[in-house]
Design a protein around this ligand. Structure first.
Ligand code: OAD
Length: 259
């Protein structure tokens, strides 16, 4: 990286922090929509891109149809993901978001598409999980909950005491999002003066709609992503680079500006 790029980046971060501080000083709400990229530096793979999950297995493995027709295949895929999640630790981006929530007087919430629980592990309190959480599981027959399934599983697929198939409490393709989480996310997006869009390709709906709601209401959209996305053109500030570097830098620049 050249000095020019570093100087340019610092200037963008300073200007971005000033714009956010101004909006929050008027009592504005700030939200962050996060995706797989925020956990990349924790060793959790993203879904799209060259090394992404969907470059190795077809997307239709994560469907209710595969779960019920080929439960062993489904669980082989899902258990591999669980093993990565079980050992992953929050990175600098998760920690910066937890510090932002603790340090702001304004209302702040994370709306995440991730199922890894790393925001909560970092200390974030208000976390809305749009796609569920891989640590939770339940029986598809009697709905008994299984929060502590071992990782890796001793045999696949896991079965309930009643004989029913256990499934993870995550949203699969072709399934609706949890209504309560989506309603709260919509409420926050409508109220927000600032939306940080972090580590998401913003191509899966309805999650990708969240920043659009804030932007359509005149809110400030800030994108934190090493690559451009379909939302980039709407972003007032684009912090290019890994979230584990951009978010601590943004918080450092924002802190002294808060009243
Ligand atoms: P994607 O894999 O689609 O996108 C990840 C984004 O993270 C890309 O835009 C990358 O450029 C960016 N990225 C990579 N490394 C980064 C880093 N260090 N810091 C910041 N950004 C980085 O993941 P999502 O947008 O989360 O849904 O995918 C959305 C949904 O599609 C997932 O929740 C999942 C998936 O299929 C279901 O399984 C239902």
């Amino acid at each position: 990286m050249t000095a020019d790029v570093i100087v340019g980046r610092a200037e963008v971060i300073a200007a971005c922090a000033a714009a956010i501080a101004e909006l929050l000083s008027d009592g504005g709400v700030m939200i962050a929509l996060t995706g797989a990229g925020v956990s990349k530096e924790s060793g959790v793979p993203t879904y799209r891109g060259l090394d992404g999950v969907w470059s190795k297995v077809p997307e239709d493995i994560a469907t209710p149809e595969t779960l019920h027709r080929e439960p062993e295949l489904f669980w082989e895929f899902h258990d591999a993901l669980r093993r990565v999640v079980a050992t992953a630790q929050p990175n600098a981006a998760h920690l910066a978001l937890a510090e932002i929530e603790a340090g702001l007087e304004a209302e702040f919430a994370i709306i995440t598409q991730n199922i890894d629980g790393l925001h909560q592990a970092a200390g974030s309190r208000k976390v809305i999980e749009l796609h569920g959480n891989a640590t939770r599981n339940y029986c598809t027959e009697c709905y008994r909950e299984y929060p502590d399934l071992p990782s890796p599983l001793p045999s696949l697929p896991p079965r309930c005491e009643c004989g029913g198939l256990i499934r993870p409490d995550v949203v699969l393709f072709h399934e609706g999002l949890p209504v309560e989480a989506l309603t709260e996310a919509d409420r926050l997006a409508s109220a927000a003066a600032v939306v940080l869009v972090i580590g998401t390709s913003a191509c899966v709906y309805p999650a990708a709609q969240i920043p659009l709601i804030t932007w359509q209401n005149g809110g400030l959209l800030v994108e934190v992503n090493p690559e451009a996305t379909g939302l980039s053109e709407l972003a007032a500030y684009r912090l290019r680079g890994p979230a584990g570097r951009s978010l601590p830098a943004l918080w450092t620049a924002l802190q002294p500006l808060l009243r």
